[in-house]
Design a protein around this ligand. Structure first.
Ligand SMILES: [Ca+2]
Ligand SMILES: [Ca+2]
Length: 205
């Protein structure tokens, strides 16, 4: 007789977010519950790759997400990474080269209106799954090809102004080599709903 032991893994992932309204947001990126962006974290030397979607012509290169530099003003396209106007977003991957124990993923954004809030699904992988697909395009569920859904990050306000500076923090992800950011537009009323991402930090244990 072979007995099968079922192991139930309970994940207690906490997503916190913080908002500095337009009236108080400034270049310091200081938040109540989340540390300010870092110049030296596990993402600093990670390899970033666009998987699907196009960056806007006015956007910075993907590398601006991890360069430790921040916009000085609330509407500074060239210091932020954002998907093409009128598109529904896209996907990019972060590769650390080998698995690391991830304590936090902290994402930061800033814009005076609907390009301020963040909306993305975060997936992680160690690459060991035989079905692993390094580049799942939109239409392919990453969870079906070796990726694990970690969190849905939404800092969209229920009411009130959408603009301002946002920070979101996902904690205790476990050991992973890759992260996949599946990034969505925040609204469809006009073409200007793709978030201005200023920085993404990955804090390892
Ligand atoms: Ca950083
Ligand atoms: Ca940056």
């Amino acid at each position: 007789m072979i007995s099968v032991a079922k192991i139930i893994v309970v994940l207690l992932l906490v997503v916190v977010f913080d908002h500095n309204p337009n009236s108080t947001a400034n270049r310091d990126f200081k938040f109540k519950n989340i540390p300010s962006p870092s110049k030296d974290d596990a993402a600093t030397h990670a390899k970033l790759t666009l998987i699907d979607g196009d960056l806007d012509g006015g956007s910075a290169e993907l590398a601006a997400l991890t360069d430790g530099r921040l916009p000085r003003d609330e509407d500074e396209p060239g210091s932020n990474v954002y998907f093409r106007a009128g598109s529904s977003g896209g996907r990019f991957r972060m590769d650390f080269g080998s698995p690391i124990d991830i304590a936090q993923v902290n994402s930061y954004s800033w814009h005076p209106s609907s390009r301020g809030p963040q909306l993305y699904k975060l997936y992680a992988a160690d690459g060991s799954d035989p079905k692993f697909n390094l580049d799942p395009k939109r239409g392919v569920d990453p969870a079906s090809c070796g990726w694990k859904l970690i969190a849905l990050v939404s800092t969209l306000p229920d009411t009130g102004e959408m603009g301002g500076q946002y920070a979101a923090s996902v904690s205790d992800l476990g050991k992973h080599r890759y992260l996949l950011f599946d990034v969505y537009v925040t609204e469809l009323y006009d073409n200007w709903g793709n978030t201005f991402y200023s920085e993404i930090d990955v804090i390892s244990k």
